[in-house]
Design a protein around this ligand. Structure first.
Ligand code: FE2
Length: 411
């Protein structure tokens, strides 16, 4: 199959892409169709590697308003609503919602998802359902499952055993939630436990780290130090890190050295954190997003995630990561021309580093023919005009397609 006239990743020259046996075979100028080869003219549209969701909670997705709505929009009312919804949490319930959410993601050009799944449940119902779906959907969506201890590792009965069981059942990554643990000692020990478990089992780690406005929440320094000492480096990701927004600059300067040495990845969730953080502030009100601009300027890898899709903590979302990028650029004050043009990296290459899949990701000969086509010439234009994903191909096979909308203004 030959695709003609594509602008690959904001390039200024048009290129043709040949796909053979599910892989990118050739990328060049003026390639001609071979005998019997199908050819399609992309007419100067943008081609990108597929979008990647690097942080979501699929086990809670699509539950907003069921059985009650979170009227205040706070994290705490969200927890109350979820405890009511949790009573009917079951295998079929999770399968139905996740299947719907995965298709919503597919329609928006996403081909990889890292989902956190709550394992502070003695039955591990959600984890088992997600592990099952990971296998069933493998052909269409790559799903990574993080064992996520929502109520803590040391602060929840048999928390350590549940984490070990989740790993034994097949979780891809180990989580932790240091800012939620009862004490500072538990917080440190929970990170030590999680990263040792990841190191012992050869797994990745993704920690919900300091998702709080408390400037004294310092799980991050422990995570970075252990990632360095255990030799895990970029196999470790810290998600949220919203307390960093409130750290004093003297501490931040010291911390940045360790962050660079540790080579850990960051995931920011602009939609959910601007919604949930700063709730105890009167005015001025903190924005609640980690220091995306400063981390990026220091060469540290940051990706953007959605975090919640239409659930008790975040009442909007249709699986379109464009929204996370759009808001993230505003809140991080990264609105220079280059910042906007390159911002697709937060949900493509940067997220591929976070998921540790960079070796098989990207538009290069020999790699799997995974790509998306947007109805725009470059990402600046795509972001600004909310351009739809016209096609999403995985291993050269069409996963989803859309037609450009036709709008007529009558004057
Ligand atoms: Fe999260």
């Amino acid at each position: 199959m030959l695709f003609k006239n594509a602008y690959i990743e904001n390039a200024e020259e048009l290129k043709d892409i040949r796909i053979s046996a599910g892989k990118f075979a050739e990328i060049g100028e003026d390639l001609q169709p071979r005998e019997g080869e199908e050819s399609e003219d992309l007419q100067g549209r943008l081609v990108l590697p597929p979008f990647i969701e690097s942080h979501v909670h699929l086990d809670t997705c699509l539950t907003a308003g069921d059985p009650v709505w979170n009227m205040s929009g706070t994290l705490f009312e969200g927890i109350e609503c979820w405890s009511k919804r949790k009573q009917k949490l079951g295998r079929e319930d999770i399968r139905e919602r996740v299947n719907r959410a995965v298709r919503m993601y597919a329609a928006n050009g996403i081909q990889h998802i890292r989902t956190h799944v709550d394992v502070t449940d003695p039955t591990l119902t959600a984890l088992k359902a997600l592990l099952e779906l990971r296998e069933e959907l493998r052909e269409y969506m790559d799903i990574q499952v993080v064992a996520f201890p929502q109520e803590g590792i040391l602060s929840f009965p048999k928390g350590r055993e549940l984490m070990e069981e989740a790993v034994r059942l097949g979780a891809d990554a180990v989580g932790a939630i240091p800012h939620f643990e009862f004490t500072r000692e538990y917080s440190v020990e929970s990170v030590n436990f999680a990263l040792r478990l990841a190191a012992d089992k050869g797994l990745l780690a993704d920690i919900h780290c300091d998702e709080i406005d408390d400037e004294a929440s310092r799980g991050l320094e422990t995570a970075a130090a252990r990632a360095l000492e255990l030799g895990l480096y970029d196999r470790v990701t810290v998600s949220h890190t919203t307390a960093m927004h409130s750290y004093n600059n003297a501490y931040m300067l010291k911390l940045m050295r360790l962050l660079k040495m540790s080579r850990i990845n960051f995931v920011a969730n602009p939609l959910v954190n601007t919604h949930l953080q700063g709730r105890t502030d009167t005015y001025p009100k903190r924005r609640g997003l980690t220091r995306v601009k400063e981390l990026t300027e220091n060469g540290i890898n940051v990706s953007f995630g959605h975090d919640d899709i239409f659930d008790h903590w975040y009442p909007l979302g249709c699986g379109n990561l464009r929204d996370a990028v759009f808001l993230g650029l505003h809140v991080a004050q990264m609105m220079g021309y280059e910042d906007i043009m390159e911002s697709y990296r937060f949900i493509t290459h940067n997220a591929a580093k976070t998921l540790h899949i960079a070796d098989r990701y990207g538009i290069e000969p020999g790699k799997p023919a995974d790509f998306i086509v947007l109805d725009a010439a470059n990402y600046y234009d795509a972001l600004n005009r909310c351009a739809p994903v016209l096609a999403s191909c995985k291993n050269g096979r069409l996963l989803s397609s859309a037609r450009p909308a036709e709008v007529k203004v009558r004057f």
